[in-house]
Design a protein. Structure first.
Length: 94
């Protein structure tokens, strides 16, 4: 499938509504199921929320599998509401 090369010990392949796959050097691929979304509103910011959830989990010392599940939960909570539609505080000039 994918070869783990280079310096990364872990790699995470995001697959949207299909969850993610965590690749760990020397270990089997770990499927991370996406939490069930009961009300999909807007995907804006879901990727950012995923990365933030992953980062928070890893910084707290969580195992990568747990941090990846946290990331999926963060992204899921984001798609349940309407995201930003302007350029934030930039008045739409970005």
């Amino acid at each position: 499938m994918l070869a783990l090369t280079g310096w990364a010990v872990h790699r995470l392949l995001k697959r949207g509504a299909d969850g993610a796959i965590l690749f760990r050097r020397g270990r089997p691929a770990y499927p991370v199921p996406a939490p069930r979304v009961t009300q999909f509103i807007d995907p804006t910011g879901a990727g950012d929320a995923f990365l933030a959830g992953l980062t928070i989990g890893l910084r707290r010392g969580e195992p990568p599998e747990q941090a990846a599940r946290r990331a999926g939960a963060a992204a899921t909570s984001t798609v349940r509401r309407l995201g930003e539609r302007t350029a934030g505080g930039c008045g739409g000039h970005v």
